[in-house]
Design a protein around this ligand. Sequence first.
Ligand SMILES: Nc1nc2c(ncn2[C@@H]2O[C@H](COP(=O)(O)OP(=O)(O)OP(=O)(O)O)[C@@H](O)[C@H]2O)c(=O)[nH]1
Ligand SMILES: [Mg+2]
Length: 282
Amino acid sequence: MHRHVYRHVHAHPHGGEHAYGDLHAGGAGDDHAHAHCHAEAADPGLVPATASGLSAPGIPEPRLVRIEADLLAKNDAIARENRGRFAGHRVLALNLVSSPGSGKTTLLVRTLEALKDRLPLAVIEGDQQTSNDAERIRATGVPAVQVNTGKGCHLDASMVARAFDRLHALADGVLFIENVGNLVCPAGFDLGEAHKVVLASVTEGEDKPLKYPDIFAAASLMVVSKIDLLPHLEFDVDALIANARRVRPGIAVIRVSASTGEGMPEWLKWIEAARTVQGLSA
Ligand SMILES: Nc1nc2c(ncn2[C@@H]2O[C@H](COP(=O)(O)OP(=O)(O)OP(=O)(O)O)[C@@H](O)[C@H]2O)c(=O)[nH]1
Ligand SMILES: [Mg+2]
């Protein structure tokens, strides 16, 4: 369940197109708007200012609640369309979410290298700014579209729809979506994916599933990343897993090092099993 201290509703305009065919939010002349949420208590650590937890200067609370409900409903409708398109293309779509720097792009690069000769693949990269991650992906030879969200802290279904327009040749394969790195905003937005996959790296602390429960509750799989670093850390992987399962009982867990390759076979097997469950394997 969502709990918000403050939600800030504003328009994110989308600007012109990038030389790489990438997509940007934040320029002039675009009508896209979405709600996004962030804690901003007037007094740090205090309770929400309103019963719903929503507030924004000059906008009455009932109107904010309605705006947010409308935006989420609109997102869900586009997400359903995306899901239909992915099914039509016989594509498994996976939405990778995590804190910044947990290793999403590094894991993706390694995954693409392992799979690219066996399956059609494509990537949608979400970041507030830069095309760095899409360039890392393209270096593998796999097509990637970068979506820059500007002030936005997550991808939404319409961004994914427009990015997928550019990847329409993808069929009978896997679409990886790397969401904007944070453990809060991406939780509430369905993109039409088959699964959210949450990465939790061993440098982040065992308590993250308890502090940011929504994103772990929404995920089908937790990848415990950077396990090659364990000998250098005081980190209890079993405690992390127990915490994740308090939030999402039965969540699948795979321990991976994208640096050494440990755990990669299990991760690749999980992807293949997800394709099979969707009726997509050959
Ligand atoms: N030791 C070790 N380092 C890793 C591993 N995976 C990623 N890293 C390092 O972690 C840092 C961040 O990795 P990224 O793959 O860019 O992380 P990200 O989640 O894509 O980051 P954002 O896109 O900014 O959210 C880089 O310096 C990587 O080299 C791993 O398995 N082991
Ligand atoms: Mg990345």
